[in-house]
Design a protein around this ligand. Structure first.
Ligand SMILES: Nc1nc2c(c(=O)[nH]1)N[C@H]1C(S)=C(S)[C@@H](COP(=O)(O)O)O[C@H]1N2
Ligand SMILES: [Mo]
Length: 268
C-alpha cells in the first residue's frame, strides 16, 4: 500500500469515526442531564485533571531557599475603603470573619481566634495567568477546620468568598488615586467547590513569609488554593458564604474574574 493510499485510508477512517460519534451524540444530547455532563468543557477538564492528578494530590511544596526574593502584588493592592482602612489602622483587631449561608452554625471569628486554630505553613508557587510566578510561604488555618466548625448543610456545594475590595484599575497600585470612588466598581468575590475547599493545602492565610499578611497580599485573610491559578486565590476576605449555586451573584459565573471571562475552574 502506498503512503498516499494508507493516508487516505486513515482520513476516511477518521471521517467515518467522526460521523459515527456525531450520530451517537445526537442521540445522547436528547437527555438534558447527560448533555450537560458530556458537553460542559469545564466538567471534562476537571474530571481529566482529577483522573491524572488524583483527587487529593498535593501541589508541589518548595524549600525555604527556593522562595522568590520579590513576590509582586497583583489586582487590588489596597481595598482603600473607609471600612477597610479603619480595620487596618488597628491591625485588624476588630476584624471578624463571618461564615454563613447554608451552614448549621454560622460563625463570626476574630483573627486572634483564627490563629489559635490548627495552622498549616506551606511554600508553594503562585502562577498568574498574566505570565508571572512567585514562590512564597503561607501560614493559615485549613479551610476544612472552619467548615467543621460551621457544619455545611447537605445542599451546600460551593464556598463563596466576599471581599473588601471593589476592583478598580486605579486601586491596583500601592498608592491609590484618592479621587476615585471605589463604589463605582462591583465588589470582588470568588468561589471554589467543596472538594477543593477540604483539600489539606487549602488554607485561609494570615501570614506570609514569616510575617503578618501584608495589605498588598490580601490582609487580614486570603485564600491559598494551591492547585488553582492565581486569580482563584482570593485576597481581602470579609466573609464566607456556603451556597448551592452562585447563579444569582454578580454575573453568575462564580467570581469577579470569572464574570470577566476567566474559567471557574482555574486548575493548574
Ligand atoms: N480580593 C482580590 N483577590 C484577588 C485579586 C484581586 O484583585 N482582589 N487578584 C487575583 C489575582 S489575578 C492574583 S494573580 C492574585 C495576586 O496575589 P498577590 O497580590 O498576593 O500576588 O490575587 C488574586 N486574588
Ligand atoms: Mo492573576
Amino acid at each position: 500500500m502506498s503512503p498516499l493510499v494508507s493516508r487516505r485510508g486513515l482520513v476516511t477512517g477518521a471521517a467515518i469515526g467522526a460521523g459515527t460519534l456525531l450520530s451517537g451524540c445526537d442521540r445522547v444530547i436528547k437527555v438534558p442531564a447527560v448533555h450537560k455532563l458530556i458537553f460542559s468543557g469545564e466538567d471534562i477538564q476537571r474530571t481529566l485533571q482529577r483522573a491524572v492528578m488524583g483527587r487529593d494530590a498535593l501541589a508541589h511544596e518548595y524549600s525555604a531557599s527556593e522562595m522568590s526574593p520579590i513576590f509582586r502584588s497583583n489586582g487590588t493592592a489596597n481595598p482603600n475603603t473607609p471600612a477597610y482602612n479603619a480595620l487596618a489602622a488597628d491591625r485588624f483587631a476588630e476584624y471578624r470573619l463571618r461564615v454563613d449561608g447554608l451552614v448549621a452554625r454560622p460563625l463570626a471569628i476574630s483573627l486572634a481566634e483564627l490563629r489559635r486554630l490548627p495552622a498549616r505553613t506551606q511554600i508553594t508557587r503562585h502562577d498568574c495567568v498574566e505570565g508571572w510566578s512567585a514562590i512564597g510561604q503561607w501560614t493559615g488555618v485549613p479551610l476544612r477546620e472552619i467548615l467543621d466548625l460551621v457544619e455545611p448543610k447537605p445542599e451546600a456545594r460551593y464556598v463563596v468568598f466576599h471581599c473588601f475590595d471593589r476592583y478598580a484599575t486605579d486601586y491596583t497600585t500601592e498608592a491609590p488615586d484618592p479621587g476615585q470612588n471605589p463604589e463605582d466598581s462591583p465588589p470582588f468575590y470568588g468561589s471554589i467547590g467543596l472538594d477543593e475547599a477540604v483539600h489539606p493545602q487549602t488554607i485561609l492565610a494570615y501570614g506570609m513569609n514569616g510575617n503578618d499578611l501584608p495589605v498588598e497580599h490580601g490582609a487580614p485573610l486570603r485564600l491559598r488554593v494551591e492547585r488553582q491559578l492565581g486569580y482563584k486565590n482570593t485576597k481581602y476576605i470579609k466573609s464566607i458564604e456556603l451556597v448551592k449555586s452562585f447563579a444569582d451573584m454578580g454575573d453568575g459565573k462564580g467570581g469577579y474574574w470569572e464574570d470577566q471571562g476567566y474559567q471557574w475552574n482555574g486548575g493548574i
